[in-house]
Design a binder for this molecule. Structure first.
Ligand code: F0G
Length: 445
């Protein structure tokens, strides 16, 4: 099956189109771009995807990203012609995206739901330890199509780890820009380990992204989530979740809010499937902010000046966003949370994120650092590993169940976005006086 794709401005009143052979990530009007496919997709592909689980030594069937290749195939290659697509698709030997939702009995008990009604998808099981591998596989495929020799990104640590890992495997140079002293050491270590060219920016993630976006305007290939081809791969998290649920969407989908790449990609996946008639219901999205980094929570819920920020058919109130950002600057307010992955004050995909929440009747909540720390411990007591940003989902579900916004007989899926790469924070928690501290016992001989 061959599919044709193009890029299109997300703002309906603009809608300008571009061919996919471009390194641009923004429309001439300054807004973000979507990958759009010509034609629609038949639901019988569900059987094809299922059969590929018996992968018969084809790494692209083994991959939880490329198994769904028809729905993300912007490359225009024939998805049934192995000799053709195997030269084009970038995969970490089939290892990415091999995840699905799991029941976690102890976590369910903690959040106050029956275990079969709340499922957690641990994307930390990806080869570089976070959900990013879903998107870097497709983003780097696009870069390779264009013959790019170097890719760049700003990162709170997981994007850079994933970009560095894939780039090393493909023989492409990776230049990464990370906020100095504000990323988990395990993530920084991965960038060194995979031989990336590391730049430490004196500032925070938002500053590092500014540097990278400027380099993008000068022609560099950006692997951040402004890259619409990267977001195509991130849609597969939704496909795997839905496949596990026999394509019956849950009532709620819960995930952390950072730069809003996931919110954008998940929303696009749901929009497409709903419009093709594959699913009959839209899960309500819950975007979770850390309280110390709550730009989106503040704007979406109208807590800055009383006016809630909305998609409004593409007519987003940009002045409200600008006003809020200059208020943050004027008062020198910087995002600060233990969940450094989502310590992001200016989510670059905010408009796509708003579009996703509108489409799914979504909500935005915030959670405290200590509740994320407890969340990690509870997920750990179930034998699963996740980082603070991911544990924000556990904290959010608990809170929403207590507030009876999520009902006990609702079906909930949460994306645990990455595994823990911040051992310092973990050890500090367990040596300290915390709810689930598990300090060591001293043995003297
Ligand atoms: N969870 C984890 C573990 C992350 O690393 C990130 C983002 C997010 C959630 C937020 O996702 O940006 O799609 O809203 N990390 C980026 C990075 C920013 O550079 O690794 P988002």
């Amino acid at each position: 099956m061959k599919v044709r794709a193009y890029l299109k401005c997300i703002i309906p009143s603009c809608g300008k189109r571009y061919p996919i052979e471009t390194t641009r990530t923004f429309c001439d009007c300054g807004n973000l771009l979507d990958v759009v496919y010509e034609g629609s997709f038949t639901k019988s592909l569900i059987e094809v995807f299922y059969e590929r689980r018996n992968h018969e030594n084809n790494i692209f069937n083994e991959s939880g990203v490329w198994r769904f290749r028809e729905l993300i195939n912007f490359t225009g290659t024939d998805s049934e012609a192995y000799d053709e697509y195997s030269k084009v698709f970038v995969s970490f030997d089939g290892a990415e995206g091999r995840t699905r939702p799991y029941e976690m009995t102890k976590v369910a008990e903690y959040v106050g739901m029956p275990k079969e009604n709340v499922l957690f998808q641990p994307e930390g099981l990806n080869p570089s330890g976070s959900f990013k591998d879903n998107g870097i596989a497709t983003g780097l495929t696009h870069a390779k199509m264009l013959g790019v020799k170097e890719v760049i990104c700003a990162s709170t640590g997981n994007t850079s780890a994933s970009v560095a890992m894939y780039a090393a495997n493909e023989g492409i140079k990776a230049s990464i820009y990370v906020p100095k002293d504000e990323i988990a050491l395990g993530k920084l270590a991965q960038a060194f380990q995979f031989n990336a060219c590391v730049y430490q920016v004196i500032g925070n993630f938002d500053d590092a992204l500014k540097v990278v976006l400027q380099k993008g305007r000068e022609g560099a290939y950006i692997m951040n989530s402004v890259n619409p081809f990267r977001l195509e791969g991130q849609k597969t998290m939704i496909y795997r979740m839905l496949e596990y649920l026999n394509w019956n969407p849950p009532d709620w989908l819960v995930f952390p809010r950072g730069n809003m790449g996931n919110c954008s990609a998940f929303g696009k996946a749901i929009m497409e499937l709903y419009e093709w008639g594959w699913i009959k219901k839209k899960p309500r999205f819950v975007a979770v902010d850390a309280k110390g980094s709550n730009t989106f929570y503040t704007l979406y819920n109208g807590l800055y000046n009383g006016e809630p920020l909305r998609w409004n058919n593409g007519n987003v109130n940009e002045d409200l966003i600008k006003d809020y950002y200059s208020y943050l600057d004027k008062n020198n307010l910087k995002p600060k949370t233990i969940a450094t992955a989502i310590q992001i004050g200016r989510p670059v995909n905010i408009k796509k994120g708003l579009r996703s929440l509108e489409y799914t009747n979504g909500i935005s909540v915030q959670v405290e650092d200590k509740d994320m720390e407890d969340g990690i411990a509870v997920v750990g007591s179930n034998g699963f590993d996740c980082e603070h940003a991911s544990a924000s989902c556990v904290a959010a579900i608990k809170k929403l169940v207590e507030e009876e916004i999520i009902k006990k007989d609702d079906k909930v899926v949460a994306i645990l976005t990455g595994r823990l790469k911040d051992p310092d924070a973990m050890i500090k928690y367990h040596l300290g006086n915390n709810r689930f501290s598990n300090p060591p016992k001293i043995v003297r001989i």
